[in-house]
Ligand binder design. Structure first.
Ligand code: SF4
Ligand code: SF4
Ligand code: SF4
Ligand code: FES
Length: 945
């Protein structure tokens, strides 16, 4: 059983390779040059008392509790701010230092409520520990004098309290907010006795700039900043190491437990993706796993609209198998298929795609990555040879110039954004290419060197114009290109890019971005020693998503920016396991490890192992499944953890397809929008019940460990396996570890991976095999995986989705920090305090010409449909562009998005929809129908609970 407390060595680790020899309390030691005396002592097991120091923050030296004596030096230096020097002899325990420390503690304790026995931090309070450590027995000053004991508790934040009466003004919270999170929401106001911690300018935490990352709460050595869950449930007894189930950063956490109840999630300091940091979702928004709406019994029904019938697992699985078999008998082998979920573990995904290819006897398997990062897979594989990002997150600390394209890291990938901000505060330069003024453009202590506010849909002309300038101004790395790239393709690309249409002056007319700004940005990236590109769905979810991914890879190769730390082309993956779901063979044309299903020799390996013939023909992609459902050829679907009805574009088309199918099986936590069309509901497990792995945006294979048994009584992989068996294919995995062993056996890039290996060595980045036994943090170091880097021509083809007089504005969509995708999880937590409805961002100019005021109801109409939502007037968007999120089903944001998609992968063009906005005083027709359906379904759901 894991202990709860994480080791704290007091000050940061020195990066120096040089060593110095010192002596502490008579013990000779060798430590890295630049190590503090406190850290040196603690590394050798000598605990010097401390209050203001912690190893996640820079030394501060304010509390004076850590004083020591150094031979030959006057006074009593603070061990946290004094560095070890060659030959130093230090004494940490003398009568004099003991007396000084007691005096310091006396002062702290004389202004502290002595309610230790009933305090929520009892047993986990550094002040309490230090009082014991320094041997404090008495407080001479009494408690009657001026003090802070009556300070009012700020309970405004839904997840933590601020009780100023317990504050010792050590400033750890302020420094955590500055140094780790980079939000700078806290200050110490006033001086001397009157000094106090303040959120923004004397505001409550909820009203302040605070983004509820919890770094200050974790840093606080007392009960001043304390999680409400600890106040409610008491201190944890043990912990389990696991991985966040939200975004693709893949933060590692200690789930702190009392019995089988989670009382707190604390980011793991050893987590290689997050180094002890987290965001509001991972740290606090886990309550959905025990939400009352979670379904814990399997359900079946003959027809949609019928009431659900609770049944046992066997009956539900046999019922699903019977209906799927009937469909195949009636419509043919290819009339059913399955969707894998990027929220499930790699093992759970592997089993679903295996079931489709074996028990369903076809390749009709696809994944939610289809609608987000499929162009990443295509574009990076074509140019570089691997369908994945090139760098570890920590590589950003070596970057000189970051280019952020179509991503909003502070909202979508907050922990990585904090790391980016750290590097930017150190002096790296930033270029933002985004239609919106995202937070990174200007945030405390950070200002982008260039913001290119392009018109949605014009990524490709912009990347071509950057390349045009780089070629014209000789900013390419010729030696790198000659050595590492395919020259024929390079020459063709160069010729294509040098066409006059790619000149920034021409691109200005298409993109709306000033030509000089394009040139300046190109010069900055082109002359960077180390330039890194980070991108998100604002790149991929376009009709030229794959072209743009290749455009970025071309640019990085042309400037020699791949294969080193601080460089690369890096997709910021949306969901926790989107990389893993792609790796596991979720695409209809690829077996696990991106191995083509059409390749006879590869198929033979799988056929021998699975003892079944595999169809050599690729199966349907999600959009093909919908089209075939409408034409009556595709009639059954197994959907693992994805809400297609809410998340996929052109809702009316999706609903028509789902409504036409004869058997839909939904495996999920909640009866979501798609479940309204389902005939079988198989309750799933939350991440707290799962055993397996999630693979993050940097290809890191992270362990997910269960903290409790499956609440609905069965592991998800076993549900799928039982269904495969009921369909007639004998699948017989015995555990999640057993599944990973088969993955490793069949997937060359995973050959060395097993649960035992990960438990022993921690997370690794694939490829992890005979050539890279401990994984591969940076890809393409000496050569590209495909051999020579391939340049691909990237001619601009404008999307068919055009503005006109009727639809003069462009809608683009995205997410917000507190919510996650369709909101199924976060809407069932207190994160709704920050975002309880989707808003429409509109520029003041566009609002004024339409007579729209802030908070007005407006109609958003496109060629596909119409919805009503609340307007937020803001200059974050430029004139001509409007923006909304898609977290709430009742908004129906995808009612208006179109069927246009990426030419290579069919990834939908969510980011460009021509729309009109008008004042409205009623909900749209779709929303009225939604309300009626929700009411009917509500009654059905009520009966289930
Ligand atoms: S709130 Fe906690 S961390 Fe911040 S100054 Fe007070 S005691 Fe220190
Ligand atoms: S929760 Fe995070 S953002 Fe808010 S004050 Fe604390 S450290 Fe700063
Ligand atoms: S950054 Fe992503 S992985 Fe990390 S805690 Fe937040 S949601 Fe979870
Ligand atoms: S711990 Fe060193 S001065 Fe506070």
């Amino acid at each position: 059983m894991n202990t709860v407390k994480q080791l704290d060595l007091g000050t940061e680790e020195s990066k120096s390779k040089e060593m110095v020899s010192i002596e502490i309390d008579g013990q000779p030691l060798e430590v890295k040059n630049g190590t503090s005396i406190m850290r040196a002592a603690r590394e050798s097991g000598i605990d010097v008392p401390k209050l203001c120091a912690t190893d996640s923050l820079k030394s501060f030296g304010s509390c004076r509790l850590c004083v020591v004596e150094i031979e030959g030096r006057k006074g009593f230096p603070a061990s946290c701010t004094t560095l070890a020097e060659e030959g130093m002899k230090i004494r940490t325990q003398t009568n004099k230092v003991a007396k000084l420390r007691r005096n310091v503690m006396e002062l702290y304790i004389s202004d502290h409520p002595l309610d230790c026995l009933t305090c929520s931090a009892n047993g986990d309070c550094e002040l309490q520990d230090m009082a014991g450590a320094v041997g404090l027995r008495d407080v001479r000053y009494g408690f009657e004098g001026k003090n802070h004991l009556e300070a009012v508790v700020d309970e405004s934040n839904p997840y933590f309290n601020f009780d100023a009466s317990k504050c010792i003004v050590c400033s750890r919270c302020v420094r955590a907010c500055d140094e780790i999170q980079g939000t700078m929401a806290l200050t110490i106001e006033g001086r001397g006795f009157d000094s106090k911690v303040s959120a923004s300018i004397g505001e409550s935490f909820l009203d302040s700039e605070c983004v509820s990352c919890g770094a200050c709460v974790q840093a606080c050595p007392t009960a001043t900043l304390m999680e409400k869950s600890i106040i409610d449930h008491g201190q944890p007894e043990h912990s389990v190491d696991t991985t966040c189930a939200y975004c693709g950063v893949g933060c590692s956490f200690k789930a702190e437990m009392k019995g089988d109840q989670v009382v707190r999630m604390v980011p793991n300091k050893d987590g290689k993706a997050n180094n002890g940091h987290s965001c509001v979702k991972g740290r606090f928004a886990w309550g959905y796993s025990t939400h009352k709406e979670r379904v814990l019994d399997p359900l079946i029904r003959e027809n949609i609209g019928d009431p659900w019938k609770k049944v046992n697992w066997e009956e539900a699985i046999n019922y699903a198998a019977k209906r799927f078999k009937e469909i195949q008998n009636k419509y043919g082998r290819k009339s059913i298929g399955g969707i894998t979920s990027s929220r499930c573990t790699a093992e759970e995904v592997f089993v679903v795609q295996k079931m489709v290819r074996t028990a369903f006897s076809n390749n009709n398997v696809d994944t939610c990555a289809r609608v987000c990062h499929s162009p990443t897979g295509y574009g990076l594989k074509t140019t570089l040879g691997t369908s994945a990002g090139t760098q570890p997150f920590e590589s950003v600390m070596d970057t000189d110039v970051m280019v952020v394209i179509g991503a909003n890291p502070t909202d979508g990938h907050p922990v990585f954004a904090s790391q980016m901000k750290k590097r930017l505060r150190q002096g790296a330069k930033l270029i933002v290419i985004d239609p919106r003024k995202i937070d990174l453009v200007k945030t405390p202590h950070i200002k982008a060197a260039h913001h290119l506010p392009l018109q949605p849909g014009t990524n490709v002309p912009i990347i071509n114009a950057l390349a045009h300038t780089i070629i014209k101004e000789n900013l390419m790395d010729e030696e790198y290109i000659n050595e590492r790239c395919d020259m024929e393709s390079f020459e063709a690309w160069k010729e294509c890019i040098l066409k006059s249409e790619n000149d920034p002056d021409n691109v200005e007319k298409i993109s709306g971005v000033n030509a000089d700004t394009i040139r300046s940005a190109a010069r900055l990236y082109g002359s960077a020693k180390r330039g890194a590109i980070y991108y998100g769905l604002g790149v991929t979810e376009h009709s030229q998503g794959s072209t743009m991914v290749m455009g970025m890879a071309n640019l990085a190769m042309a400037t020699g920016n791949i294969g080193f730390s601080g460089c690369g082309v890096n997709p910021l993956r949306g969901q926790n396991n989107v990389q893993g779901s792609c790796d596991m063979g979720s695409f209809p044309h690829e077996l696990p490890g991106y191995q083509p299903v059409g390749d006879d020799s590869i198929r033979k390996i799988f056929e021998d192992n699975w003892q079944v013939a595999i169809d050599p023909e690729p199966g349907f992609r999600i959009p093909n499944m919908f089209d075939a459902a409408i034409s009556g050829e595709f009639m059954g679907m197994y959907i693992q953890g994805e809400d297609l009805a809410q998340s996929d574009p052109n809702t009316q088309h999706v609903e028509a397809a789902l409504g036409n199918m004869e058997c839909i099986v939904v495996q999920d936590l909640f009866l979501n929008e798609t479940a309204k069309f389902a005939h079988v509901f198989l309750p799933g497990t939350s991440f707290l019940e799962k055993d397996g792995t999630f693979i993050n945006a940097e290809r890191r294979i992270n362990r997910v460990r269960p903290v409790m048994k499956p609440r609905q009584g069965m592991h998800e992989w076993l549900i799928t396996q039982n269904l495969a068996n009921a369909m007639g294919y004998a699948m017989n995995f015995s555990s999640e570890a057993d599944i990973m062993d088969e993955i490793a056996q069949l997937t060359p890039t995973f050959r060395n991976v097993s649960h035992d290996f990960l438990d022993q060595f921690g997370s690794v980045q694939w490829p992890c095999n005979e050539n890279a036994p401990t994984g591969t943090p940076i890809m393409h170091i000496d050569n590209f995986v495909r051999g020579k880097g391939l340049f691909v021509e990237t001619d601009y083809v404008a999307t068919e989705e055009r503005t006109n007089r009727k639809f003069p504005l462009l809608l683009t969509t995205g997410r917000t920090l507190s919510q996650y995708n369709v909101g199924a999880q976060t809407r069932r937590t207190q994160n709704v305090v920050w975002h309880d409805k989707d808003l429409l961002e509109i520029h003041p100019h566009d609002a004024e010409t339409r007579g729209i005021k802030n908070n007005d109801q407006v109609s958003l109409a496109s060629r596909k449909g119409e919805i009503t939502l609340t307007a937020e007037i803001t200059e974050r968007v430029q004139p001509g562009v409007v923006y909304t999120t898609f977290h709430n089903p009742e908004t129906g944001a995808n009612v208006v998005t179109t069927e246009h998609s990426d030419w290579a992968t069919n990834c939908p063009e969510y980011k460009v929809t021509a729309v009109q906005i008008t004042p409205a005083n009623h909900k749209s027709k779709w929303q009225d129908q939604f309300k009626v359906r929700a009411k009917q379904e509500g009654k059905i759901i009520e009966a289930v609970h």
